[in-house]
Design a protein around this ligand. Structure first.
Ligand code: FES
Length: 330
């Protein structure tokens, strides 16, 4: 029989080595200060991130020899976030290595749910170790860690600023006014009833006043669909019928569900369809919703013709265009 040790023998735990901070209060105090410095550096990194985001202009560039021209704001945010995460991690590791209890503990396997006594033991151990970690006593670490974690938690909130200001009342108003001509999008040509055959559809916008510019926001709110039916096909109240002109009816193109462009017209069924969630609007019945999640019809624009025979708005929209949540946005 060989006297060699078996190959798979349990090597056991290495001998426990006591750290200086375990027995020397001065070393423990020094380690505590080092941890606090690391957490403070992390907090400074977060402050740099916030400063770069708010106060450094995005059009300012810095030349860095190896990296070339760099956007100063993004560079500052990147360095700040790196510092804040790096130093908080370093602080936590240093704290664990120098000051937290480092006794090895062996846990035997047991059933998944522990005995009640074990569970209480566990809670007691957690409390004991929490007390042993000295967090309660080491107020310098506690405060610097609180500062660091608090500022890191604040960073994502800052990014909410990118969502922009609230639109307030601007969503309730469109550029349509009494007498505004309807012009074809995108040519800008005014339109006459004779330009539209029965069954045809056209997208129109309000004619621009001299010196006025069309913004994307206005196009988003002002877009209108013109549809021509035979006058006898309408099933409208007398008032709504008076808003049409020789079989031409005008609706806001913005879906009342979530604001997509209602872009599909089925000539056979006379339905307008929103491609986003399939809301379907019945044109002869003032765009009544007959299918899908939209909660209200497309707003109708009252139209007529001016002295030169061009189609114009009789008055602005009488209700808010767009999805209902726009009305709650102010
Ligand atoms: S946005 Fe039109 S159905 Fe949802």
């Amino acid at each position: 029989m060989s006297d060699k040790a078996p190959r798979l023998s349990d090597p056991g735990l290495p001998e426990h080595v006591h750290r200086k901070a375990d027995s020397d209060p001065a070393a423990a105090k020094k380690a505590e200060r080092q941890v606090a410095i690391l957490f403070t550096l992390s907090a400074l990194g977060t402050i740099l991130f916030i400063y770069s985001y708010i106060w450094v202009h995005t059009d300012r560039f810095i030349f860095i020899p190896i990296m070339g021209d760099q956007n100063a704001s993004q560079l500052g945010m990147g360095i700040g976030l790196t510092f804040s995460l790096l130093f908080i991690g370093m602080g936590a590791i240093h704290w664990a290595k120098t000051l937290m209890p480092d006794n090895e503990v062996v846990a035997e396997r047991h059933e998944f749910r522990s005995e009640e006594a074990d569970r209480q033991d566990f809670v007691a151990t957690v409390k004991e170790q929490g007390a042993a970690s000295g967090l309660g006593r080491r107020s310098l670490i506690k405060r610097s860690l609180g500062l660091s974690l608090g500022l890191i938690g604040l960073s994502p909130l800052l990014l909410l600023r990118d969502l922009g200001p609230l639109p307030k009342k601007s969503l309730e108003q469109t550029s349509w006014k009494t007498g505004t001509r309807l012009v074809i999008d995108p040519s800008g040509r005014p339109i006459k009833p004779s330009d539209l055959e029965v069954g045809a559809v056209a997208q129109v916008l309000p004619e621009l006043a001299p010196g006025q510019e069309r913004t994307l926001e206005n196009v988003g709110k002002d877009a209108v669909l013109l549809i021509r039916l035979r006058p006898e096909e309408f099933e409208l109240s007398p008032e709504r019928l008076s808003w049409t002109y020789q079989g031409i009816i005008a609706f806001s193109k913005i879906c009342t569900h979530m604001g997509c462009a209602v872009a599909l017209y089925e000539q056979q069924t006379k339905h307008l369809l929103c491609p986003c969630h399939q809301s379907t609007f019945d044109v002869p019945r003032a765009a009544k919703v007959i299918f899908g999640p939209a909660a209200r019809p497309l707003p109708q624009l009252a139209i007529t013709v001016d002295s030169e025979g061009y189609l114009v708005a009789q008055k602005p929209f009488t209700e808010a265009v767009g999805p209902s949540f726009w009305e709650r946005s102010s």
